[in-house]
Design a protein around this ligand. Structure first.
Ligand code: ASP
Ligand code: MG
Length: 454
């Protein structure tokens, strides 16, 4: 069996919805299990509903309008979502006179309407094509989680439960992405973008032959195409390479997606719903070839990063200093990305700074703390690239040549990623420069050159 996951733009644009359902219907022999996101924009709409009480009447109406008109446009009987729309009306009505923001378990229940509605639409769309399907609420199908609402973790027993409940096929199960349930039956969500993760968990539970992520790009790209027009899909990547890209790169894959697949050695394929014949990217334990003489596959970039440096002469020849620093970050749930150390200082980069202030207050008891905002992490990703003799020299010469200052470098431990930090305003230029300078523009420039010669 295979898992076919369709993202918000794949199910939420009428032309793509039709294509997606035909793609599934054409693969019934492969025994597909479908996982869907909410229609594009719907989770944001529901998040607005939770945040802003004044917006609620309008958003409540837009939810109904969006799904009804979508059903009509895609020729799905509106009856297929009637019960869910009624449940939504009841949910929205219950919040009508309450001015407070909706949080925790309530928020997750509200957000779940997006995926529940799209699963119902998609199952009805498949059935209309003659491929009998049923919509499945992931939580009810055994994807049980802890009760960290908004960022729930699946429980180990999920695997056996999901396997049991999705055993009966056909009808083709169309499972809600993004959501699960606590053991006592309350809806949870896995974090924004979590439908990819749902697909991987379900694929792992069912020991799928392949997990397909159908999205709006033709795979994982060699750079963000908005920055680098020459960027193109990387045909084959290792799990390690793809994880680095998912974490640092464009939002094609949710960073957690690859873990369950990796643990069970299940290939993940990233494909384009609008261009289903494009080969996409195949992610397996082995890295594929690279056009770059430096073995680089892709240049990723994460902006709006903050660097925190703790300087303490007490660190000199002392032990336990790093442990104390990380203990503070850990206790305040601050996620740290890059780390560099010297004998008397440690610098780390932080993406989500929402809990940083409290951590800094404590770190000040350990040493002098410097905080720099407005930075970007650029990650040069490719299995074996960091070990290529001369790569670092070449790369920093390129950057130095155009006057881009490098603030932090981290390569040591990783076989797949050489990362460095620059100022935000230099990041785009750095990515473009390295894409060309490390040989990733090659294919296209040959094409362009031959076009120019014609
Ligand atoms: N609909 C959810 C979101 O927008 C989950 C997903 O699409 O993966 O975050
Ligand atoms: Mg996504």
């Amino acid at each position: 069996m295979i898992v076919m996951k369709f993202g918000g733009t794949s199910v939420g644009v009428p032309g793509n919805f039709d294509r997606a359902s035909r793609l599934v219907a054409a693969r019934t022999a492969l025994d597909p299990v479908v996982v869907v996101s909410a229609l594009a924009g719907v989770t944001n709409l529901l998040a607005d509903f939770c945040r802003d009480a004044r917006a609620r009447p309008e958003v409540a109406g837009r939810m109904i309008e969006r799904h009804e008109s979508f059903a009509i446009e895609t020729a799905v009987p509106v009856a297929a979502i009637r019960a869910l729309l009624d449940a939504w009306v009841a949910e929205a009505g219950a919040w009508a006179d309450r001015p407070e923001p909706i949080t925790g378990a309530d928020r997750d229940r509200v957000l779940s309407f997006g995926e529940r509605l799209s699963a119902a639409l998609f199952a009805a769309g498949l059935t209309a094509l003659g491929a009998e399907a049923r919509a499945v609420h992931a939580g009810e199908a055994g994807l049980v989680t802890d009760d960290r609402f908004g960022a729930a973790h699946p429980l180990p027993e999920s695997f056996a439960r999901v396997k049991d409940s999705l055993l009966r096929r056909p009808p083709i199960p169309v499972v809600t992405g993004f959501i699960g349930a606590t053991l006592d039956g309350r809806v949870t969500t896995l974090g924004r973008g979590g439908s990819d993760y749902s697909a991987a968990l379900i694929g792992a539970a069912l020991e799928a032959e392949e997990i397909q992520i159908w999205t709006d790009t033709s795979g994982l790209l060699s750079a963000d195409p908005r920055l680098v027009p020459e960027a193109r899909a990387v045909p084959a990547l290792s799990f390690a390479e793809a994880s680095e890209l998912a974490y640092f790169g464009a939002h094609v894959l949710h960073p957690k997606t690859l873990l369950p697949a990796m643990e069970r050695d299940i290939p993940v394929r990233v494909l384009n719903t609008a261009r289903p014949d494009d080969p996409g990217s195949l992610i397996t334990p082995v890295s594929g070839p690279s056009d770059s003489p430096w073995h680089v596959k892709s240049i990723a970039c994460k902006k709006r990063i903050t660097a925190v440096t703790i300087v303490s002469t007490r660190m000199l020849l002392a032990h336990g200093f790093l442990a104390r620093v990380f203990e503070v970050f850990g206790r305040h749930h601050v996620v740290v990305d890059l780390v560099t150390t010297s004998e008397v200082s440690i610098s780390v980069t932080v993406d989500d700074t929402s809990r940083l202030e409290a951590a800094i207050a404590e770190l000040e008891g350990i040493g002098r703390v410097e905080v720099r905002e407005g930075l970007a992490v650029v990650a040069v990703v490719g299995e074996g690239a960091p070990q290529k003799i001369g790569l670092a020299g070449h790369l920093f010469t390129l950057l130095g040549g155009v006057g881009i200052a490098v603030e932090m470098i981290s390569q040591g431990a990783s076989r797949v990623n050489l990362s460095f930090v620059v100022r935000d305003e230099d990041a785009d230029r750095a990515v473009r420069l390295l894409h060309r300078g490390l040989g990733l523009d090659v294919e296209v420039s040959v094409e362009k050159a031959s076009r120019a010669m014609r």
